[in-house]
Design a protein around this ligand. Structure first.
Ligand code: ADP
Ligand code: MG
Length: 317
């Protein structure tokens, strides 16, 4: 097949996406495809329109890539593309609205509140959220990834500076109760049959599973399966599958969860374009399930092409 791999882009996760795109391109070349890496910029529309590609592999993370915008462009161009469509991509990028959908179907989400940061942060706001959520509490931008702009605040001053920091990335900021327990992430594939990958436990050398811990070799470890009781693992896997379906995801997603000591899965977020280097979380869990990285990439492409054919082929609506 003639394939384009979209990577880079303008989001805060540009560097991660360049790495994901590079490894995806390598894997797909290894499968014998003709692969063109495309670094997202103003000329991308023309490149994709004129490129006669059979499928576009979307390896863009964050805004303008993972958030429905690029999916909209690909729909308009009539091209097959990997992963979720416009609505699920946009919904999952918005941590606040995705959380409301998850709560609405009975999933557990740590209690949260959305604030709009305009000019500065009033002292009474800090006081109020500390009274409501207790300390530590979590402050994060509504639409960002890779722990960018996130603070785990242990005192009121840290809450105030956390709100200012998060507000630099998004005027919409989430303040959330801190969930205590084992941090796990669960990959879900649907190409098209639903397959929940083994539960992966994240152990970070840093106090928070932050950008540095995520992308510096040796600073975090993956343990598969997670060291939690079997019943808790089953509950977390069910919750991940449920979130995937209810948010309308397609192809793949990775669901971040904290499992508390009682075994309750607390949903943090759903990533529709998770990291895709060979060392990333979802590829690691796929490997544990017997799916090699190149096979994972191939499956996502085959699913995208099949889905596209059904949409444009005879009998499509
Ligand atoms: N409510 C919370 N309770 C405890 N830890 C949290 C909470 N929210 C986020 N974290 C920590 O911050 C990390 C990043 O948060 P997450 O919501 O997954 O956003 P993103 O990965 O998009 O930056 C999580 O992996 C977790 O370690
Ligand atoms: Mg996350």
């Amino acid at each position: 097949m003639k394939l384009a791999v979209l990577r880079g882009g303008k989001s805060a996760e540009r560097d991660v996406s360049l790495r994901s795109g590079e490894q995806v391109a390598k894997a797909l070349r290894g499968r014998g495809h003709d692969v063109t890496p495309v670094d997202l910029d103003a000329g991308t529309w023309d490149v994709l329109r004129d490129g006669t590609f059979d499928c576009v592999f979307n390896a863009l993370h964050g805004r303008m890539g993972e958030d429905g915008t690029v999916q909209g462009m690909l729909e308009l161009l009539g091209l097959a593309y990997t992963g979720s469509g416009v609505l699920a991509s946009a919904l999952c990028m918005d941590k606040s609205r995705a959380a409301k959908v998850m709560q609405g179907v009975g999933l557990h989400v740590p209690e949260f509140e959305e604030l709009e940061i305009k000019e500065g942060v009033a002292a009474d706001v800090v006081e109020r959220v500390v009274a409501r959520f207790g300390l530590p509490l979590v402050v994060k931008p509504v639409r960002e990834g890779s722990t960018i702009g996130l603070t785990i605040a242990k005192d009121a001053d840290a809450v105030a500076s956390g709100l200012v920091l998060a507000g630099r990335y998004d005027r919409r900021v989430l303040v959330q109760r801190f969930a205590t327990g084992t941090e796990v992430t669960i990959g879900v594939l649907a190409t098209p049959d639903l397959q929940v990958l083994p539960t992966l436990e994240i152990v970070s050398e840093n106090p928070v599973y932050d950008y540095d811990a995520k992308y510096t070799a040796g600073k975090s470890h993956h343990i598969i399966p997670a060291r939690i009781p079997e019943a808790a693992r089953a509950a977390a896997s069910d919750a991940a599958a449920r979130a995937f379906i209810e948010l309308g995801c397609s192809g793949m997603a990775r669901v971040d969860i904290i499992v508390d000591p009682e075994g309750t899965p607390w949903m943090l977020e759903v990533n529709t374009v998770p990291g895709l280097t060979e060392l990333s979380l979802l590829p690691d869990a796929a490997r544990a399930a017997g799916i090699a990285f190149d096979e994972l990439c191939q499956r996502l492409v085959d699913h995208a092409v099949g889905r596209h054919r059904r949409h444009v082929g005879p009998g499509a609506l």
